[in-house]
Ligand binder design. Structure first.
Ligand code: PGA
Length: 250
């Protein structure tokens, strides 16, 4: 059975003491321990060691928002998958639309990042999604297919370790959520593409998260859809109360 997941992408928010306080608040909520449900936080790199210590022994997952596509070397300012592993990160985002846009990350780099992470046994949350322009011209499925194709060079045993996040770019940080039906349509499409390439078992076992203005008041409806296995949460993950109510909606 596939896991239900709520992951909080803090992006470039929270200084050290604010970040620590937020993690402690999340941790002090006792009901986060169910087998098939997972709560994950994705703080900025600089907080990962602290977060790893604070979360030690807890069921809350910890991950990074990015990783470099090479394993080590002269890449000033970058962080490798092995470094992430060494401080206890179990997850990492790859392909977030903000990085695709602002850092001009290429498909080849994204694929290399995925490989680096898998080599370190770090679970990848691979983000895909169309822009408003692409949706308005009816190209959303074409774009989603292209973005998924990057992954389709992976072996079955690698694909099994991936989590997909569908994040329509027009819904990120805009307050415009995809309707639950729009999300379900794309999630089912993604699962059908996974089934075509990897077969039904892998497709059925892959968690597909929705991201883009997911909030406590719309989470339940979104998560109620058959192919929506949880959420990747930006703005609403910056307060323990809203993040935890989204988790409760699972
Ligand atoms: P948002 O961001 O919830 O603030 O829209 C989601 C994301 O970018 O992961």
């Amino acid at each position: 059975m596939r896991k239900k997941i709520v992951a909080g992408n803090w992006k470039m928010n929270k200084n050290y003491s604010e970040g620590k306080k937020l993690i402690e608040e999340i941790l002090s909520n006792s009901s986060i321990a169910e087998e098939q449900k997972k709560l994950i936080i994705l703080p900025p790199f600089i907080h990962l060691s602290m977060a790893s210590e604070v979360l030690d022994g807890s069921k809350i997952g910890l991950g990074a928002q990015n990783v470099h596509h090479e394993s080590s070397g002269a890449y000033t300012g970058e962080v490798s998958a092995e470094m992430l592993r060494s401080i206890g990160a179990g997850y990492c985002l790859v392909g977030h639309s903000e990085r695709r846009t602002y850092q001009k990350e290429t498909d080849q780099e994204l694929f290399s990042k995925v490989k680096q992470l898998l080599q370190q046994s770090i679970e990848v949350i691979f983000c895909i999604g169309e822009t408003l322009e692409e949706r308005e011209s009816g190209k959303e499925k074409e774009i989603i297919s292209q973005q998924l194709n990057v992954l389709f060079q992976l072996e079955d045993s690698e694909m099994e370790k991936l989590i997909i996040a569908y994040e329509p770019v027009w819904a990120i940080g805009t307050g415009k959520t995809a309707s639950a039906d729009q999300a379900q349509e794309i999630h089912a499409f993604i699962r059908s593409k996974l089934a075509e390439r990897y077969g039904d078992t892998i497709a059925e076992n892959t968690s597909i998260l929705y991201g883009g203005s997911c909030k406590p008041d719309n989470a339940e409806e979104l998560f109620g859809k058959e192919d929506v296995d949880g959420g990747l949460i930006g703005g609403a993950s910056l307060e323990a109360s809203s993040f935890l109510s989204i988790y409760k909606a699972l």
